[in-house]
Design a protein around this ligand. Structure first.
Ligand code: 0WD
Length: 259
């Protein structure tokens, strides 16, 4: 029996077994949650279905957050089997590759800015809006963010403003849903080598520098993010809402470093 036994969780954003969402799904399952996984597009269906089997997921459903009809269909399908959702994990981010290459102003465009904010920030609120009628009285919504929201990080480019928007969304959602008992938080993860991260120019040296600078002198793992999500999803975190929780080996507290 884990501390999430009896809770039902929707986990979005699994693209591979390196995805942060995979680590989260694994940790939630270990603590006894029932899982509903989503995949983006037919290309990922079989792969995510395989992960679903391994993790004991109840069901695997399609979701492209760029499509309103997908969001609606997801919760229609979920409502056929479950009367309530306890945990919703948003682990989705996207920026066009060219927007993550080169300098900030050279790489930015109206279209890149719009799609990055749409997929990476707005979609969290869109999912919450659609999920709202099904959210349990102690539901917990969790999104994934990065320090690039508050500090200019080389190569992170338009994802920085999009993560700032996501964190602001998270706070407005927490204020809006709080009176009904629902909590909303963000996990700010240190860099982890995933498919999305490999699109960021210079990511490898970012990883090395992060490990050097962080108080714990290493990078974090999907398992550590997953365990934090399990805690935030559980009643153990019943007093926490509207927060950005750093799981980054302490990197964000550092000013200068000594070598
Ligand atoms: O260092 C890192 N990896 C960090 C990631 C540090 C801090 C935060 N994050 C965030 C990311 O920005 C993202 O919000 O964590 C979240 C998960 O990212 P990830 O695990 O690093 O990346 P990945 O394994 O690629 O999963 C992100 C997935 C997509 O993968 P690909 O690589 O195929 O774009 O987000 C999903 C998709 O599966 N996704 C979508 N899902 C539904 N609809 C959409 C969409 N339109 N677009 C992307």
């Amino acid at each position: 029996m884990g501390f999430l036994t009896g809770k039902t969780a929707i986990v979005t954003g699994i693209a591979s077994d390196r995805s942060i969402a995979y680590g989260i799904a694994n940790a939630l399952a270990e603590q006894g949650a029932s899982l509903i996984l989503t995949y983006q597009g037919d290309k990922l269906r079989d792969r995510v279905a395989k992960f679903g089997e391994k993790l004991g997921a109840e069901v695997v459903l399609p979701l492209d957050v760029a499509r309103d009809e997908d969001i609606e269909a997801l919760f229609d399908s979920v409502a056929q089997h479950w009367s309530r959702i306890d945990i919703l994990v948003h682990a989705i981010g996207f920026a066009p590759r060219e927007a993550l290459t080169g300098g900030y102003l050279d790489s930015i465009s109206r279209e890149a800015s719009s799609i990055t904010h749409d997929i990476s920030a707005y979609s969290f609120a869109a999912l919450a809006k659609a999920a709202r009628p099904m959210l349990s009285e102690t539901a917990s919504l969790i999104t994934m963010t990065y320090l690039g929201s508050e500090r200019a990080m080389p190569g992170y480019n338009i994802m920085g403003p999009a993560k700032a928007s996501l964190e602001s969304n998270m706070r407005f959602m927490a204020a809006d849903l709080g009176p009904s008992g629902v909590r909303v938080n963000a996990i700010s993860a240190g860099p982890i080598k995933t498919l999305a991260a490999s699109g960021i120019q210079g990511f490898r040296s970012l990883l090395a520098r992060a490990a050097e600078t962080a108080p714990l002198k290493r990078n974090v793992t999907q398992t550590e993010i997953g365990n934090t999500a399990a805690f935030l999803g559980s009643d153990l975190a019943s007093g926490i809402t509207g927060e950005v929780i750093y799981v980054d080996a302490g990197y964000n507290i550092m000013g200068a470093t000594s070598n």
